[in-house]
Design a protein around this ligand. Sequence first.
Ligand SMILES: Cc1ncc(COP(=O)(O)O)c(C=O)c1O
Length: 395
Amino acid sequence: MECAAAASGVDRAPIPMARLQQQYASIKDEVDEAIARVVGRAVFTADREVDAFEAEYAAFAGARHGIAVGSGSEAIQFALEALQIQDGDEVISVPNVDVSASSAITHAGARVVWTDIDPRTYNLDPDGLEAKITPRTRAIVAVHMYGNPADLDRIGAIATRHGIPIVEDGCLAVGARYGGKGVGSWGALGSFSFSPFKTLGAYGQGGMITTNDEGLAKRARMLSRHGFLPETLRAIHHQTPGAKFDYEIEGHNGLLDEIQAAILRVKLRHLPAWLTRRRENAAVYRARLADLEPEHLMLPVDTPGGEPVHRVFVLRAQRRDELLRHLVAHRISAGTHYVPPLHFQTAYRHLGLGRGSFPQTELVADELICLPTIPEVAASEIEIVCDTIRAFYRR
Ligand SMILES: Cc1ncc(COP(=O)(O)O)c(C=O)c1O
């Protein structure tokens, strides 16, 4: 990449997908204090920092309960298990995303049933949803793709008509809202990821389940704690005399660490400002690339009623692979997140779903390109990205 950059005469700093060192420098004192607090207390398993973060995150998402877990993948898995999905059930999801939702469905013993997407929003297309519902359908995983909320009104209306719960996969959408409410507060359960490059990234892995349902919250909490009631596990960890050792259900070791919770609490305070910066960066892309549409590009369409967070800015580009090489040669990070789609992956080859199975997913996979939106990239740098794209199509 360096050679290509030199060859093209680019002598400015690269424009990356992440500037985590810069982000850390901007909040160093607060983060260092949070880490020191946990290390000084020397309680590393879920305790008061996790409790506080769960409450703060639930309030932020507008949900009654937050259950902190070890990753976004675990959040989806425990959400499905809390719904008691089991052998022979079917769960509907989309194929244009990472494996977490689909593998969680399979690991729960159910059959994953994919449905195609809307090629403008990249989200589950409600028009095709009803045809996928059978008497065995036990849940719908609505993914808020790239941080753009799925059409929860229409998906919700169909789900309600059939009595099927929705699990929102908000792993790419921490901070997104729909209809004035936080995503994750709409469905039966929501799931979120705090892996390092997400809009709210831990210094390691992390995740959260949200729900408004007391019973689901209790079950999800036990699932993440080996199957113990939270108070039982707390008593065991603190070696409280008389602590009973009783698993209520078969659970997992799926807790968020204290240290990650302490860091995430700091970062959550900064998140609204960071999301504003992401939205500003997305607005620059829209303003500066609009006239390339539709001949060269298709800009993403925000779901009506949604407030996206732009984990990345995803557009569809003619001559995508050439454009990617052009951007990389100009020291601009660009990617193709979640290509090829799941039905072309080795793990799912046994399903025999060839080309044409999900035409809109395939169309988007052939054309999509993900561009940086991070708060640490200045609007002037986004303008450079846009000008580099413009130069590509004009040459
Ligand atoms: C849509 C979606 N769901 C779930 C996950 C899994 O999250 P995690 O990496 O925290 O397990 C990801 C990860 O990128 C994702 O993009």
